[in-house]
Write a protein that binds this ligand. Sequence first.
Ligand code: CA2
Length: 145
Amino acid sequence: MQVMVINGPNMNFLGIRQPEIYGKATYNDLTDMIQAEADRLGVSVRFFQSNHEGELVDAIQEAYFDKTDGIIINPAAYTHTSVALLDAVKAVGIPTVEVHISDPDSREAFRHVSYIRSACAATIKGHGLEGYLEALRLLSDTVRK
Ligand code: CA2
């Protein structure tokens, strides 16, 4: 089983800025944590981070062409703006879990809208980095059934 983990704009700043919201762990710590859980579950995992909307669309399409079984995506700010990412997830038809480190629904009003949510099998929010591991376990359970 193959899973692609996609992170959107500024996620490479994890652990560098705003630790009070996003914690002290870095983007590399995040990928290490996910890799360790993937190894435990026997899942093959790939990572992609970009600050560019079109590159995120390309990554979602690549998941389709590579026959990826599941996608974990934190679209970051594009959660709240991007019809292109919604359309891409709908187009590829791959089970996708939306993850947010914080809980956008308890923050500013502009973060309450998620365009991508309606195309996702689940949304995990406000569980910190652990949310990515929950998403991986969820996809592993779903795809294997
Ligand atoms: O809580 C989340 O995971 C978010 O997707 C993070 C986004 C934000 O726009 C969403 O509303 C909620 C922002 C992520 C990147 O910004 C950072 C800035 C400094 C340090 C780490 C991340």
